[in-house]
Write a protein that binds this ligand. Structure first.
Ligand code: NA7
Length: 536
């Protein structure tokens, strides 16, 4: 719809993933606002538009990784596997877009390059890569939390003669690993998904691991007809579950503490959870992510499993050389990750003890070795939570640049608004539960809150809404308090803290108090007619 873009809108939404699509639906269909979505990709999907790497799959179960706002969508759509693959997620979001005729209000291939608040007009000016500048009263960022790819600055990469890819920017056409000697850097959730698939076709795969990762089997499988029926019949119950569990998933976290049971019973429960597979392993006991001793029992259990699976003793040692607790980083789930190290064509390099020195025309040189490579896969993560917002090049009131305002780390109120940036709303922004939860659940809560807020403004003839530094400082303290009740801030290299990006300020970014508590806080703000915000 590029040619039909107007100059002015009530609201511009940046991003056509889960959050942008639902925000468009709410503002356009419920509030009857004139809206435009700007999307860099050529289609809907958001993060999933770009994540097409081998093995790319969501780690939330499909019956929870879904919109719950529409009975119709829920009844008509059927997921095929326990965990949805990237292509099926795009198919789902295309289905939703077509169902509600959303695409006519989305401008694809339109990257936002600059956004500036015009104080006199009380409007946002949004400049795009398609040479169109649009103005809008409301600016809503729906840019995703994990969407700005991080390729580490390794000396010599530009000289490499083979091809290299970041998993979060994967080419649309399949990359063929047949007969190739491949190097993969990174063993987070993504790397762990990619390794087994790449290993199947590559001639040789060498994995460069900096930090080992606890991973639990996903036990992905096609969904049975019975389960599909169960999901449809229990739609309301499932919706209630995802909206009332702390992490927005469809599983319940046990109320039992690790030391409430004896060792035999504990191992029995871990074994059962391991067999069932999935993220719910961390819900086996209530205190796994809050108590170091309790966590140790889960960590040791997983370490033992890895040692049992991996036959090469040296590899098993590298894969279990942990310096962080289980689930202190986002816990991956896998399909045959550790088993893959038993293949003859797969090798593991510990780059903590043998760091990468440089890349040259033909491969990767570490301090002790040289690896000839045809291809390099960077599964090296993202400038998470703030990267995609800063990339919008946002200037608020009094020429305040977001990049400068966040120099010491992100400051927001509720993760929804930033002082000095009126009428700008950040869906699943830093300071909200976001990445610690099932994203679509967190997204629906935010989108609905923002929609209600804009409706309140319209109904009461308010032109602008903005929060204050005082409120964002207070909220920052609450975010820290919540984090400090868990083991999450103890992890040195975590992207929750921004520690994976050199020079990025280290501030714990997501709200760890759980979705229901967070929702209650947001609801109270709404019921108080937006106390903590200045409406004018
Ligand atoms: P992650 O979880 O940030 O993992 C990135 C991996 O890349 C991790 O193993 C990093 O090691 C490694 N890495 C990052 N930078 C470097 C450098 N410079 N050298 C060597 N190794 C490096 O990203 P993912 O894409 O796996 O997952 C992100 C989220 O997407 C995930 O939580 C899901 O929600 C979906 P490190 O651990 O920092 O030592």
């Amino acid at each position: 719809m590029n040619s039909s873009i107007k100059k002015e809108y009530d609201a511009v939404i940046v991003g056509a993933g889960f959050s942008g699509l639902y925000q468009l639906y709410c503002l356009r269909n419920h509030l009857k606002l004139n809206c435009l979505v700007l999307e860099k990709g050529e289609g809907v999907g958001g993060t999933w538009y770009w994540n097409r790497y081998p093995g790319a799959r969501c780690d939330t179960e499909s019956h929870a990784y879904t919109y719950f706002f529409s009975d119709e969508i829920f009844k008509e759509w059927e997921w095929s596997e326990r965990y949805p693959g990237h292509a099926e997620i795009r198919k789902y979001l295309n289905f939703v877009s077509e169902k509600f005729d959303l695409k006519k209000d989305i401008s694809f291939k339109s990257e936002v390059i600059k956004t500036t608040y015009q104080e006199n007009e009380k409007k946002w000016n949004i400049e795009t890569s398609i040479n169109k500048t649009i103005s809008a009263k409301f600016l809503i960022t729906a840019v995703g939390c994990i969407s700005t790819a991080n390729i580490p600055n390794i000396q010599g990469l530009n000289k490499f003669r083979g091809s290299y890819f970041h998993t979060g920017n994967w080419p649309k056409n399949d990359v063929n690993f047949n007969g190739k000697i491949v190097g993969q850097i990174g063993t987070g959730s993504t790397g762990i998904q990619a390794v087994p698939v790449i290993a199947e076709s590559a001639k040789q795969l060498t994995v460069f691991q900096r930090t080992p990762n606890y991973s639990v089997p996903a036990r992905n499988k096609p969904l049975t007809a019975e389960f599909k029926t169960y999901v449809k019949e229990n739609y309301k119950k499932l919706r209630k579950t995802v909206r009332t569990t702390p992490n927005g998933h469809a599983f319940i976290i046990s109320e039992t503490l690790v030391h409430d049971v004896d060792e035999i019973e504990r191992l029995k429960r871990y074994e059962k959870a391991w067999e069932k597979g999935g993220l719910q392993f961390r819900g086996t006991f209530k205190d796994i992510i809050s108590n170091q001793d309790a966590n140790k029992t889960a960590s040791e259990f997983i370490k033992h499993k890895i040692r049992t699976i991996v036959k090469n003793k040296e590899y098993a040692k590298i894969l279990t050389n942990f310096d962080h607790p289980y689930a202190g980083k986002r816990p991956p789930i896998d399909s045959n990750y550790f088993e893959t190290y038993n293949r003859d064509n797969v090798h593991l390099v510990d780059i903590r003890s043998d760091p990468i020195k440089y890349i040259d025309e033909y491969g990767i040189c570490t301090e002790k070795n040289y690896f000839n490579l045809d291809m390099i896969v960077f599964a090296t993560g993202y400038d998470a939570m703030t990267g995609s917002l800063i990339k919008l090049n946002v200037t608020g009131e009094n020429g305040l640049k977001l990049e400068d305002y966040w120099k010491e780390g992100p400051k927001t109120y509720l993760g929804i608004q930033i002082p000095g940036f009126p009428n700008m709303f950040t869906i699943t922004g830093p300071g909200s539960p976001s990445v610690l939860t099932n994203m679509p659940t967190a997204i629906e809560q935010h989108v609905e809150w923002v929609t209600d807020c804009i409706k309140y403004m319209i109904d009461n003839n308010y032109e602008t809404i903005c929060t204050t530094n005082k409120k964002s400082d207070e909220w920052g303290k609450k975010v820290n308090e919540a984090a400090n009740k868990t083991l999450l801030p103890t992890v040195k290299h975590s992207w929750y803290l921004g520690a994976n990006i050199p020079g990025k300020p280290q501030v714990f970014m997501p709200y760890a108090g759980g979705l229901p508590v967070y929702k209650e806080i947001c609801d109270k703000v709404k019921e108080s007619n937006y106390k903590g915000f200045i409406l004018s």
